[in-house]
Design a protein around this ligand. Structure first.
Ligand SMILES: *[C@@H]1O[C@H](CO)[C@@H](O)[C@H](O)[C@H]1NC(C)=O
Ligand SMILES: *[C@@H]1O[C@H](CO)[C@@H](O)[C@H](O)[C@H]1NC(C)=O
Ligand SMILES: *[C@@H]1O[C@H](CO)[C@@H](O)[C@H](O)[C@H]1NC(C)=O
Ligand SMILES: *[C@@H]1O[C@H](CO)[C@@H](O)[C@H](O)[C@H]1NC(C)=O
Length: 477
């Protein structure tokens, strides 16, 4: 710990007093240098703003400008990028150029490293930028106690303990990778093994404990549905043996999926090859994790369970047909405001409750997320359809690897159910056959009116499809 303090003093030499409440952007690979930089920023009383190493310079510049950052900390991989930004924007560039200075100088496993006591609970701590499906990305501002409430709640509900070893493969500029995957285990002294970039082979090797050093056997894994899909594809491609993988995955105690809806076939296949029923939960940048399936009790496939103890959730409005409209949240983990955006902040709260913009239902004692109200609820020929339900149905087809269902404006139908589909490389499925397949198993009003075959569906870093963009591209073509 002393090393970390020395490191941060050195890193932000003589800037400490000047950085109170200022924004410090951090641009590093997804490795332990990020953790040192984050602590350095917090020790100075600054608001940390993680930047994505995958973003293009225009996206980076947007965040640096929008947050009005005083400092950008970067590692050698990004010196050139940051220096280029300095031509347009005024900030100090703090370079972490000597890896040996890093107090956590090992590439793989972070040392057991409890959070430093940071004695400014009231102060703002972090800005995360939302992916911005509508308009420009918005900065979501948290105070320190927001993060504390979030991490403590996950520790309790998922029974995270100092003996855990979490395998980390997620981006650090999102709530899932930063709060769930990093701050939560570190705050209780658990270990984190960071894989700076995702390789299916390496992840499997960790999950199966192939380079066994019993000391750091991975036993917790958190990922997004696309990662589970890639791991399954790797499994199939390499004819791995399910008995073998199931046996070796016995030592893992928790596998979580979130950030996007988990297709049922993925959940089932994962269970078959690892013996693990993925724990699905629901969250959003603005309030962190909101709803979770139970760690010890029943996990209902396709549902997200019940609110965390620190959260209250309600389905707030119904339309004229009694269809549930939004879910809303109330929690001490709630963000403070959208950075420099009073209007957006005001619009998103109703009577102190945060309006999620998701449609949800409560059934069989658990919440189920039907989709984003704006894009996933399709009104077609008098029916109100869930795009996610139709996607789930289509994914049952063994030739389909990816699908995104959208409602395209249409004079006859109001919205026309359109399925954008990626097939297995070897597949020869054509539209006529697919249509027949759909008709044989789906209610007629749910059968897509149009199919489009694509090689790959564009997704953001968390595996989410931006349906508004998809629709825009489709309509403009
Ligand atoms: C930092 O401040 C100390 C005294 O407070 C001073 O001696 C030193 O030169 C300063 N370093 C820089 C880089 O300004
Ligand atoms: C970390 O990785 C870098 C490059 O991949 C390598 O040069 C360095 O030796 C590694 N350091 C340690 C401590 O393993
Ligand atoms: C931090 O945020 C929470 C929830 O938004 C709020 O209840 C709390 O009062 C905030 N802390 C301070 C000191 O402002
Ligand atoms: C689709 O595939 C089926 C079966 O292989 C074939 O009979 C049919 O002619 C194909 N249709 C088109 C439009 O290619």
């Amino acid at each position: 710990i002393n090393n970390i303090i020395q490191f941060s003093e050195k890193l932000l030499e003589n800037k400490t007093s000047k950085l109170q409440g200022e924004r410090v952007c951090i641009l590093t690979p997804n490795d332990n240098r990020f953790i040192s930089c984050l602590h350095a920023a917090w020790l100075c009383g600054a608001i940390a703003v993680p930047l994505s190493p995958k973003h293009q310079s225009t996206e980076l510049e947007y965040v640096v400008k929008n947050s009005r950052a005083k400092v950008v900390i970067s590692t050698p991989e990004f010196f050139t990028v940051v220096e280029k930004m300095q031509k347009n924007i005024d900030f100090d560039h703090v370079k972490v150029d000597d890896l040996n200075e890093n107090p956590m100088n090992s590439n793989d496993t972070s040392e057991t490293f409890p959070f430093l006591p940071i004695e400014h609970d009231n102060k703002p701590s972090l800005i995360l930028y939302t992916s911005g499906t509508t308009g420009s990305p918005k900065g979501v501002l948290f105070n320190h106690s927001n993060l504390k409430v979030q991490t403590q709640s996950l520790i309790k509900s998922w029974e995270i303990s100092p003996s855990d070893v979490l395998l980390h493969v997620l981006p650090l500029h999102h709530i899932h990778g930063l709060v769930n995957g990093l701050l939560t285990p570190l705050s209780i002294g658990a270990k984190v093994v960071m894989d700076p970039s995702f390789h299916a082979r390496k992840v499997w090797s960790h999950l199966l404990d192939e380079n066994s050093t019993s000391k750091s056997r991975v036993n917790v894994f958190m990922a997004v549905p696309t990662i589970y899909t890639k791991l399954i594809q790797y499994f199939d491609k390499h004819n791995m043996c399910p008995e073998d993988t199931r046996r070796k995955c016995k030592d893992i105690r928790l596998m979580v999926s979130g950030s996007a809806a988990l297709p049922l076939p993925v959940l089932e296949k994962w269970k078959e090859i690892t013996g693990h029923m993925l724990l699905e939960r629901y969250g959003m940048t603005e309030f962190g994790m909101g709803i979770t399936n139970s760690y010890r009790g029943i996990r209902v496939p396709g549902s997200v369970g019940l609110p965390f103890p620190h959260v209250q959730a309600k389905i707030a409005a119904s339309d004229e047909h009694g269809n549930p409209h939004y879910s809303r949240y109330y929690t001490y983990a709630m963000f403070q405001c959208y950075w420099d955006n009073v209007k957006a902040t005001e619009e998103t709260f109703v009577d102190g409750w945060f309006k999620t913009g998701d449609t949800g239902v409560f059934e069989n004692g658990a919440f189920r997320i039907v989709g984003r109200t704006s894009v996933d609820i399709i009104k077609s020929g008098g029916y109100k359809l869930s795009a996610l339900d139709i996607e789930r149905d289509l994914l049952e087809h063994s030739d389909i690897t990816e699908v995104s269902v959208i409602g395209v404006p249409d004079d006859v139908w109001g919205q026309k159910v359109t399925a954008i589909i990626a097939l297995k490389e070897t597949s020869r499925l054509n539209k006529t056959e697919l249509l027949e397949w759909c008709r044989s198993r789906m209610a007629s009003y749910k059968v897509p009116r149009e199919f489009m075959f694509v090689k790959k569906i564009p997704r953001n870093a968390m595996g989410k499809v931006n349906k508004k963009n998809l629709l825009k591209n489709l309509v403009s073509n």
